[in-house]
Each structure stands twice: as C-alpha cells, then as structure tokens.
Design a binder for this molecule. Structure first.
Ligand code: ATP
Ligand code: ZN
Length: 285
C-alpha cells in the first residue's frame, strides 16, 4: 500500500506547530531524535524532516507528496507546487528596514541604494512594481547586521516583533510581503495518495473547526431560556436539560471563538449562571 509522504521543517519556527497538527489529527509516529524519516503508526503516512528551504523543491520533484512551509520560502523558491491550504500559523512579514538615524520620506528614498536580503526574488518583484531600482545583495543569514558593517544601505528580512531590528539600530520602512504557513502538494499525485490526502484534509478541517469553537455549558432559570437559546445557535440547536432544582435548566452548546467574550457577557446579562467553557478536540459536521 502506498504511503503519503509529508515534509515538515526539521527544527525551527514551523516544526512544533506542524507536528502538533499531525498529532491533533490523531496520527502518531516514532519521534526519535535526528531522524530524517519517521513512519506513522496509525495512518499510511511518513514524515520527512527537512530544512524549510528544501521543502518546496522536494514537493515539486515528488520526493515528498505534501509539506508545510512558509509562503515566503515557497514564493522565493519559485517551485511549481499546489497550494492546498493556508494554515494560519507561522505568520510573519517581510519588510525593508534602514538605519534608525536615517530620514525616510517614501519608497523613492531607496532608489540606487543597496539592500541585503535572503529573498532576492520577492524583493526584486516588489521593487520593480514600485518602479525602484536598487542593488540587491543576496546573503543567506544575519541579514540585519549588513548596514552596521557597511555591506548594504538597507535590508529586507522577516520581522515579527521588531526587537531584532531595534537591537541592530534599524527601523522598518516598507512592508514587502505578509506570510503564513501553507500546506503544499505535488502536482502529479497518484489517485491512491490523493485519497489519503483527502482523508488527512478532512481531519485537518475538523481540527481547525474545533480550535475555532468552544463547548459551553451553563445553568439558567427557565424564564430566561428563550433569550439564552437565541444567543446560542449551536451546531443544530442547543441541548437543554432540567436541573434537579425546580425551574432551572442546563444548556449545552458550541460557540465560536471570534465573538466569544461578547457572547459570554450577553449570556450573563440574559440570566445565565455557572458558565463552563471547554476546548473541543474535533468537530465533525
Ligand atoms: P531552516 O534551518 O529550516 O532553514 P530557518 O532558520 O530558515 O530554518 P526559521 O527561522 O525556523 O527558518 O523560520 C521558518 C519559517 O517560519 C520562516 O520562513 C517563516 O515563514 C516563519 N516565521 C514565522 N515567524 C517568524 C519570525 N518571527 N521570524 C522568522 N520566521 C518566522
Ligand atoms: Zn531556512
């Protein structure tokens, strides 16, 4: 039987979240340290541990069928793969930064400057769109020290908190690209593997939905029930059970995380008491 081969970053900012998702899909694997390939016990899948930069190429070539990788790395690679799903983790942005002491009035200030980056393609496209000619210096690491050592006038690098920029005396002046992790897939995947992929996607969707929702239980006087039920649509409709205390009921439902606190406040106002909120592992519709 064929196995689906998933590429994940071996160690880095995407590793933990990628592997957590696999586990949340109910898939377990032998997690020996330093292994390149791990077999899953209860799903026909193998996990290939790679440097993130290698993932798009491995998926394009079909050495891996699917992989979790940052969009920044994917776009920079120029590899031809399918983007199956945006994952919502690994969010970051690629920005241009210049020394703090320098004035900045707009993108034209970058004209004829030199910019150090590990993302020459993404940066090149951005500058072209803006009609700016600059000299792109491709370097592979420690980009943020380039202006300080006189290697370049500016940098283009990943920023999340800005503290690295600050400690290198830089300030962010242009946002070039926003990124998150994506699930990518090989273009010529076999029918058997496609079937496995769909099974995995079904589980991923359930896990995603579960993360966005909470299970809620509360007690309410019967006279408030109508109002409370109107606030809790649930999957179909909420469950209502009588409490041992006359005139009171317990209401169970599922609520969305987006308007979670507003809902809780409204429920309290409507007369709800003893509100209990619990995480959900899976939510299958
Ligand atoms: P590797 O050894 O696999 O090449 P790396 O050093 O290139 O690792 P990481 O720093 O682990 O890569 O980042 C992996 C990806 O995580 C980035 O390409 C980006 O998509 C994402 N990411 C999310 N937040 C951040 C952040 N604050 N800084 C850097 N990358 C981030
Ligand atoms: Zn990398």
């Amino acid at each position: 039987m064929e196995k689906l081969r998933l590429a994940v970053q071996k160690s880095g900012r995407l590793s933990e979240k990628s592997l957590d998702l696999v586990k949340e899909c109910g898939i377990s694997y032998a997690s020996g340290t330093g292994k390149l390939l791990a077999s899953c016990y209860n799903f026909p899948m193998e996990i290939l541990f790679l440097r993130d930069d290698d993932i798009p190429g491995y998926v394009e070539d079909g050495v891996a069928d699917i992989g979790f990788v940052g969009e920044n790395v994917l776009i920079e690679s120029g590899r031809k793969v399918k983007t199956i799903e945006r994952m919502g983790f690994g969010r970051c942005r690629l920005s241009i930064a210049i020394p703090r002491s320098q004035e900045y009035n707009g993108i034209e200030d970058l004209q004829n400057k030199s910019i150090a980056t590990s993302y020459p393609h993404i940066l090149g496209k951005f500058l072209k769109e803006k009609g700016v000619k600059a000299d792109i210096h491709e370097i592979s690491g420690s980009v943020e020290i380039a202006p300080g050592i006189g290697l370049a006038d500016a940098i283009c690098d990943i920023v999340s908190t800005g503290s690295t920029l600050l400690s290198n005396g830089l300030k962010e002046v242009e946002s070039v690209f926003t990124s998150e992790a994506v699930l990518i897939g090989h273009k010529g995947i076999s029918a058997e593997k496609q079937h496995l992929l769909e099974k995995l996607l079904f589980r991923l969707a359930s896990v995603k939905r579960a993360k966005n929702n909470k299970y809620i239980m509360l007690n309410a006087p019967n006279k408030s029930l109508q109002k409370i039920i109107a606030l809790l649509p649930g999957i179909n409709s909420p469950t209502v059970q009588s409490l041992a205390t006359e005139g009171w009921s317990s209401v169970h439902s599922v609520i969305n995380e987006d308007d979670f606190w507003e809902k809780i406040e409204a429920l309290k106002k409507a007369g709800a008491e003893g509100i209990l909120v619990m995480p959900i592992d899976n939510l299958i519709l």
